[in-house]
Design a protein around this ligand. Structure first.
Ligand code: G1P
Ligand code: ZN
Length: 544
């Protein structure tokens, strides 16, 4: 009997990777050969595999273990020489990125649906990261998608994959299966980047923190680093045991799903610093005593103060942000005299800039911030950089935010999401909106007059590739703007995202309630896109 089986299969027509890989409901992944087809399509698209290394891990959600078992058996059959798997199948997305880079792996399979809920009827995802540790670029995801449409067989090794619950190396067919501590290498990297002694001294001085791991993957990482190595008080890390269904919650660190933390931070019992991360550990939520820091502001403030941390003491090479992210960071780049890059939504677009040494810090409005230490956004990294800054400046978060606004001006910013809109309705809205773009300049909506309107196209300065239709931008006279795009990560219906932003230089106007400060823009955005008219909704599902 042969050790490898070539199993005939038929293509599925819904395996197009989105913003963050292939993301579907668990029952979709449970269809016959669904997982196998996708993984084989990846292996068929990534070039010569012969004897190389593959990293495998996920955020521990329901179905993680089954898929890891299949992935190990298929990696052996496809000729990998070694797989590195996080113990128990656990690897945060940034930790997986680090392992790929550190071990010079061919790439990695990252199993997660990020901040989406988990469980037998909830979400699952498979993403391939390339040798630089970052999400596969469009060229590769297009090739993978094309392969899913023609696939007729997959290769799988016979027998059960080795146990992944004990650290150590086992042989499986011709391949080594190395089960590693998911935290060790990542924690070592963080110690290299940040001034742990200064942060330790901050905690020793009585500084308090609450970190909510949301029963997701960062629990073990945060416990080891914050409490174990940095001396934060026992109990500072909450909900630290990763659960297959995240305790029934959405592991999404925003003001809706991390409301308990938010309420605590606004109360008189607030610790000095509150933070949370998402399902797979790449997003962050930062809240000071009495003040929430928006991700766009956080990016700007981290960039402005990065020199407090040893890794960034020599200065930043450049800053990159996704197009819908506020322009707060642009002002920092301008002051520092460094490059500023505006990319489409999705971390994969930062990869080339980071690889080419053009950008050091990147961020998205959707709670993702990171640097060139890995090729993913990194939730705990953002928390540690904030702590490093606080340890050096010894001011409150609020004082740092107020100072930043006074120095640079404030970019009022908000995102309105309309979730689970019927796909046809959403498509009709966007095609009407795109048709209307040429007629918008010069038109007024309330006090706002449109200066420019376009559909964002990105020309990658490194490889010259072009990504079109990355979001509709309406720019008003005076610098305010509204951006409209469709989510590429949803798993049911369509999600319409509307991003609004207004710049306010006057410090006496820096403490207006955000929705109020943006009211004219919000009304203009609705008038332009006809959201109410198309969807019949009179308010967004989520406001952040
Ligand atoms: C969302 C965010 C985007 C992020 C992605 C993956 O994508 O908006 O910034 O990179 O999740 O975490 P979207 O659903 O908008 O396509
Ligand atoms: Zn995530």
């Amino acid at each position: 009997m042969s050790a490898v089986t070539s199993t005939p299969t038929r293509p599925y027509d819904d395996q197009k990777p989105g913003t963050s890989g292939l993301r579907k409901k668990v029952p979709v992944f449970q269809q016959e050969n669904y997982v196998e087809n996708f993984i084989q399509s990846v292996f068929d698209s990534i070039g010569e595999i012969g004897g190389r290394t593959l990293v495998i891990g996920g955020d521990g959600r329901f179905y993680n273990r089954e898929v890891i078992g299949k992935a190990i058996r298929m990696a052996a059959a496809n000729g990998f020489g070694r797989v590195i798997v996080g113990k128990g199948g656990i690897l945060s997305t940034p930790a997986a990125s680090n392992l790929i880079r550190k071990n010079k792996a061919h790439g990695g399979l990252v199993l997660s649906a990020s901040h989406n809920p988990g469980g037998p009827k909830e979400d699952f995802g498979i993403k391939y990261n390339a040798a630089n540790g970052g999400p596969a670029p469009e060229k590769l995801t297009d090739a993978i998608h094309a392969r899913t449409r023609t696939i007729d067989r997959y290769l799988i090794a016979d027998g059960d994959a080795p146990d992944i619950d004990a650290i150590g190396t086992a042989a499986f067919h011709e391949m080594a299966v190395e089960v590693v501590d998911p935290v060790a290498d990542y924690a070592a990297l963080m110690e290299e980047l940040f001034d742990f002694a200064a942060i330790k001294a901050l905690f020793a001085s009585g500084f308090t923190i609450v970190f909510d791991a949301m029963h997701a993957v960062t629990g073990p990482y945060a416990k080891e680093i914050l409490e174990g190595r940095l001396g934060a008080a026992g109990g500072s890390v909450r909900n630290f045991v990763p659960l297959e269904d995240f305790g029934g919650h959405h592991p999404d660190p925003n003001l809706v799903h991390a409301k308990d933390l938010y309420d605590l931070m606004m109360s008189s019992d607030a610790p000095d610093f509150g933070a949370a991360s998402d399902g797979d550990g790449d997003r962050n939520l930062i809240i000071g005593k009495g003040i929430f820091v928006t991700p766009s502001d956080s990016l700007a403030m981290l960039a402005a103060n990065a020199g407090c941390a040893p890794a960034y003491r020599e200065g930043l090479k450049g800053i990159a942000r996704s197009m819908p992210t506020s322009a707060a960071a642009d002002r920092v780049a301008q002051k520092l005299g460094i490059g500023m890059y505006e990319t489409p939504t999705g971390w994969k677009f930062f990869g080339n800039l980071l690889d080419a040494g053009m950008a050091t810090i990147c961020g998205e409005e959707s709670a993702g911030t990171g640097s060139d230490h890995v090729r993913e956004k990194d939730g705990l990294w953002a928390v540690l950089l904030w702590l490093n800054i606080l340890a050096v400046r010894r001011e409150s978060v609020k004082a740092i935010v107020d100072r930043h606004w006074a120095d640079y001006g404030r970019n009022y910013y908000s995102r309105h999401d309309y979730e689970d809109v019927e796909t046809g309705t959403a498509n009709a809205l966007f095609s009407e909106l795109r048709d209307a773009l040429p007629g918008l300049p010069g038109r007024s909506f309330g006090p706002l007059t449109v200066e420019k309107a376009d559909d964002f196209a990105y020309h990658d300065p490194v490889d010259g590739s072009v990504a079109e239709k990355q979001g509709v931008r309406v720019l008003f006279e005076g610098g305010s703007r509204a951006v409209f795009r469709l989510s590429g990560t949803g798993t049911s219906g369509a999600t319409i995202r509307v991003y609004v932003e207004r710049y306010e230089p006057d410090p006496s106007l820096h403490h207006v309630e955000t929705q109020e400060a943006l009211a004219d823009l919000i009304a203009a955005a609705d008038a332009i896109a006809g959201i109410r008219r198309h969807t019949g909704r009179d308010r967004p599902t989520v406001i952040t």
